[in-house]
Design a protein around this ligand. Structure first.
Ligand code: 2HA
Ligand code: ZN
Length: 274
């Protein structure tokens, strides 16, 4: 079978472009951030011999529900800044093996590396998102500057945090009507933070890791990116105004008018009923 060059694959190009954009926006300093993107077998097989496993890498937890699924994932310790110039070292394509606890490496991590240390949070989040949205394909983690700053000065209650973000820009309630979920500080890279993130991902596509960053999910890289961008924009407005006397705001009544006009259902319990 004639296979195309993997470096020309749209999903590799898209990963190169999105990581470059995220780096440019200051969301992914050094090795900060990671992305996992669910691919179909047909997509991968057009470029790679899927029977040729380069290495087997333990995942460190049971990803059983994702057995046989393919992902392109950023590498541990790798810099988003460098993905475009050397995708084969900074990215990898894996398939979750039948035991659920091993990943078959099919391409990438050329220097002997492996996937992000946050793989548990990613795969558990994929399982959670797929259970509520079968079309979800992307989980993205990054360190957006103003959102991170906001977690230092704003209460971490999910409802209060969501309400403030909704007030910070008219489009917020339309883009994330389900709100953002907020986790307290936890040790990253662990199964525990993965489980906590995935639990939150059942009800929202954005999960804030207080004093660390943000997880966003979506059907496409663009959708997840746009979500992160919108949350970060709102947090930026918050940080620009937090120390100032606020004389205007978007009211709950106006948020309800917006939700009705754009036919979205806002997360319950946030807007005042009167
Ligand atoms: O991979 O962002 O949370 C670097 C990180 C860890
Ligand atoms: Zn991080």
């Amino acid at each position: 079978m004639e296979r195309k060059d993997i470096l020309s694959a749209p999903f590799v190009k898209a990963m190169e472009d999105i990581t470059a954009n995220m780096y440019r926006l200051g969301w992914d300093e050094r090795n900060g951030g990671n992305i996992s993107y669910l691919l179909s077998e047909e997509e991968v097989a057009a470029y790679l011999d899927i029977t040729r496993v380069i290495r087997k890498i333990p995942t460190g937890f049971d990803a059983g529900p994702l057995t046989g699924k393919y992902f392109i994932v950023t590498g541990t310790g790798k810099y988003f800044k460098n993905v475009k110039e050397d995708p084969e070292t900074n990215l990898g394509i894996i398939r979750i093996a039948s035991d659920g606890t091993t990943a078959d490496l099919l391409w990438g991590y050329r220097d002997g590396g492996k996937f992000t240390s946050e793989l548990p949070a990613h795969l558990m989040s994929h399982i959670a998102r797929l259970s509520v949205d079968p079309e979800n394909r992307v989980v993205m983690h990054c360190h957006p500057t103003n959102l991170l700053a906001m977690t230092y000065v704003h209460p971490l209650d999910t409802c209060e945090f969501t309400h403030t973000l909704w007030q910070m820009s008219t489009e917020c309630i339309v883009v994330f009507p389900e709100g953002v979920e907020v986790l307290p500080w936890m040790l990253c890279g662990t199964n525990e933070i993965g489980e906590a993130t995935a639990e939150k991902m059942k009800s929202a596509r954005s999960v804030v890791w207080a004093l660390h960053g943000l997880y966003g999910a979506g059907k496409t890289l663009d959708e997840a990116f746009g979500l992160v961008e919108t949350v970060e924009k709102a947090a930026t407005i918050y940080m620009l105004t937090a120390g100032l006397k606020r004389v205007n705001t978007i009211t709950d009544e106006q948020l309800k008018i917006l939700a009705a006009a754009f036919k979205v259902t806002p997360k319950a319990g946030i807007l005042k009923t009167k």
